[in-house]
Ligand binder design. Structure first.
Ligand code: SAH
Ligand code: SF4
Length: 427
């Protein structure tokens, strides 16, 4: 499949959908290609009788369905059937190659509703109304790196630094599992205090005593380190490439190397981790073209999870006077990414919630299917200041959970009870 192209066999989709509908309702449905006023046959079973009892429906400018024996359908069934065909077959905007220019058009478009609706339909098709919840523990805010955008950067001398002991992490993990969470995300700055062998022991202990999937997000490591951690039981790893533009990357992450970061993601895949990567939206120096390239790179990487959030300036970084990424651009990026990555887990991130009171909810409505509540104990949470104004800083973990549950129910969804592993494992 050509990368950056949203394609699937419409004929196959049509056939599988039609089989059920024809059996259930005793109608016959044809798929047609529309050119001007002409509708030409693409697929469908022979019409035995009722040839003149039909109705035509446009799916988009090129495609239509014709339903024969239309009168057999009750009033209440008709809209539902047409909606099903539209949901499955209407990919008109994306049936052309989605190159950088086309993505820029979408990023600049004013018609956000149809973009978000389309992303939401795709999300619903693959994830139904299930929202996966991943609990984050930010166990250390020490970092040896100096990323220009991040409040944990080593040059930020004003930050109070903390790190949890291994026992503390273990106890919190157990507690989180007892709350019903099925995924624990352990995140930190790049902190060598936690050497790999000790981390492996901790991971094995957590895996043995809890019923949880474990995700790590602790930065760049070597092949051997990633291998040991996988063998100890880590299921998933998040390592964002942050920006696909090599020059910008060099400026923003002076002590990292672009190729190495992408190589780390490759290694993680090779080691059979479920892998998440992604970018920051609205970084200083990021153009729409770079953002569009980020979106194409995310698709090319064939990821299990994609994390994207708006840039938020931090007062103790060189970017303190820069503008934050906007909600509009973040939601559009999210929606396009969902359209291009149908079965990937995409969170409505904390950063999104930090720039807009209803950011998480809006994210869920524009293609996201995951929420990652912060379960770092309250007394440390304010010091894990990657960016300021993180939401829920003043709330206890159980308050956070209740608020998030309420919000999820408000969007008509339910909290998934399973681990939320990659759907790609099932294919
Ligand atoms: N140290 C690890 C994990 C912790 S940082 C790593 O860098 O991979 C987690 C994420 O926070 C980063 O991937 C980055 O995308 C995000 N981040 C850092 N500073 C940010 C800021 N100012 N605004 C928005 N996101 C930021
Ligand atoms: Fe450290 Fe990660 Fe922040 Fe960079 S983004 S300074 S590696 S915590």
């Amino acid at each position: 499949m050509e990368k950056g192209t949203y394609t699937f066999s419409k004929k196959e989709l049509f056939k599988s959908l039609t089989k059920n509908i024809e059996e259930k309702y005793s109608v016959t449905v044809h798929l047609a290609n529309i050119k001007g006023k002409r509708w030409s046959f693409i697929a469908g079973n022979d019409v035995k009788n009722g040839l003149y009892n039909f109705k035509k429906f446009k799916i988009n400018n090129d495609l239509g369905i014709i339903i024969f024996k239309w009168d057999k359908l009750k009033e209440g069934q008709r809209d539902g059937i047409i909606a099903k065909y539209k949901d499955s077959l209407d990919d008109s905007d994306f049936s052309i190659p989605l190159n950088v220019d086309k993505i820029i058009d979408f990023l600049e478009s004013k018609d956000t509703k149809s973009l978000f609706d389309r992303a939401d339909r795709i999300r619903r098709k693959y994830f139904s109304n299930q929202v996966h919840i991943r609990a984050i523990i930010e166990f250390s805010n020490y970092c040896k790196k100096d990323c220009l955008y991040c409040g944990l950067r080593k040059s930020n001398k004003k930050l109070y630094r903390y790190r949890f002991t291994f026992d503390e992490i273990y106890n919190i993990a157990k507690q989180i599992n007892s709350f019903g969470y099925k995924t624990i995300v352990l995140q930190s700055g790049e902190d060598d205090y936690y050497n790999t062998d000790k981390l492996c022991k901790l991971i094995s202990r957590i895996k043995k005593d809890t019923d949880c999937a474990i995700t790590l997000s602790i930065g760049e490591k070597t092949f051997d380190e990633y291998k040991k951690l996988k063998e100890a039981g880590v299921d998933r790893y998040l390592l964002k490439f942050e920006t696909s533009d090599q020059n910008l990357f060099k400026k923003l992450k002076p002590d990292s190397n672009y190729e190495n970061r992408l190589e780390c993601v490759e290694i993680l895949r090779e080691l059979d981790y479920q892998v998440g990567s992604g970018n920051i939206i609205g970084l200083p120096g990021q153009t729409k073209r770079i953002l569009a390239q980020d979106i194409l790179l995310m698709e090319n990487m064939d990821l299990d999870m994609i994390g994207m959030g708006p840039f938020i300036p931090h007062g103790n970084t060189p970017f303190k006077k820069e503008k934050a990424g906007t909600l509009d651009l973040s939601l559009k990026t999210l929606a396009i990414t969902r359209i291009l990555n149908k079965i990937v887990h995409i969170p409505a991130t904390t950063a999104l919630a930090s720039i807009d009171l209803h950011g998480r909810q809006k994210g869920l409505e524009a293609g996201a299917n995951v929420i990652m509540p912060n379960l770092t104990p309250s007394k440390y949470r304010e010091y894990y200041e990657i960016y300021p104004n993180k939401v829920y800083i003043d709330k206890t973990p159980s308050q956070c959970r209740k608020d998030i549950e309420k919000m999820i129910i408000k969007t008509g969804r339910i909290i998934s009870k399973d681990y939320g592993h990659s759907l790609k494992l099932k294919i």
